[in-house]
Design a protein around this ligand. Sequence first.
Ligand code: SF4
Length: 488
Amino acid sequence: MIAKKPAELPTAHPSQAGEAPPRDAKKKFLRDAAAHVGDTGHRAFVRKALSGYYSTRDAQQSRYRDWEQARDAAALAKWSAVNRLDELLPRFVDNFEANGGKVHWARDAAEARQIVLDLVRAAQAKAIIKSKCMTSEEIHLNAALEEEGYGVVESDLGEFIQQLRGEPPYHFVFPCMHVRRDEISALFGQHLGTPPTDSPEELTMIARRHMRGLYVGADVGITGANFLVAETGQISITENEGNARLTAGLPRVHIALSGIEKVVEYLDDLAVLLPILATAGTGQPMTCYNTLYAGPRREGEADGPEEMHLVLLDNSRTAILADPEQRDSLHCIRCGACLNVCPIFKNVGGFTYGTTYQGPIGSVITPHLRGLADWNHLSGASSLCGACTDACPVRIDIHHHLLHNRRNAARTAPNAWERLGHRLFVLVASRPWLFAAGGALFRRALPLLKFLRPPLLRDWLASRDLPAAPRQSFRRQWQGRGHREGRA
Ligand code: SF4
């Protein structure tokens, strides 16, 4: 007998139902971005939701003796592991299996889904509970399990809310940051039959009461992994609600899913990685629960799962590893700091990206995971201000990677209009008389653009006021201030 999907849970969001990239991903991005940028209420709400982040993060960073040195140490731990994956992964696997766990290798999302399905079938699961796991979002696991008739309940509060809403996570650390308290109350009322409340504590308790029985009744618990410790064969999971502990510890079978890049060499590496992840991600000194899982229940132990499985996913990570220019994007510890500081994320919102990993790091890695041709437009979703790079606790050069992706796309699939534009610019910019004449013409034509609204600029003009054109060129203004050309 297989588990049936609980009646109150909507099916997975359409964006989670398959991995084939929509051919119109770029059009959809532009359409959704325009809609969200024009939605000032949504933007204000997201900004408010993030407003406390900066002060708590900065206060917490200031408690480090040297925050920059901590970033160096974290970056070194990840650099050292990612550059020696061929040595550390087998060491981790040997130690993990010596602890009694079983490792399964998955080349891509389809293989990973099949492995989990086989494990769930073998366990004769009647109920499945799952804690936060972005790797499962990456492989669209919920949709695959539902297709086979298995119901999965998300145990992380934010993910549970998103599951009830039938939406994917909005932000990979704060999945429901775009949802108001009254909306959550109404959602719980609709699906769980609870009375309305404005109290965050009561809303949390409603979810907690609902979830408790589900942990006990579940046969399979699915979790992610934050780090895989090669030295000891342990999985490290860090969380704020304690739900991952219950998800991993109460059901008969524990299945963890992880990308291969999560490995670190030493247990000591966690001494810097765990606090820096918490500080960069949420401004906490440490997340509330940091647990190391070392295999299933042993003889004489009173609790823990009977079986523990780890699915190690490649899904194009080895292709990133083979690219020395962008290899360090595998250092990402998914803290979400780059999203929190990104002006584009704050304006277009999380759903606009249409990807599992949103924001700057999502824009870097998604073209690798899902194809540059379909997802190159994400490289343009950046002002290249570098705020993401400054915020990254493991020093990934994020905004330069976005430039690399732009360059790679221009090389592999050059855009004829862009090339024509660049040639025209070279033609004009290399002839001072033409540049001056073009500038004069443009200054006169600028006010007309507002009325003529040429098709190429129509969308751009729809949400912007054109600035007044200056009466003189910059060069003239410069000379007018008594400067001679060629001298500051
Ligand atoms: S790229 Fe850096 S800042 Fe962004 S999520 Fe990863 S570790 Fe955090």
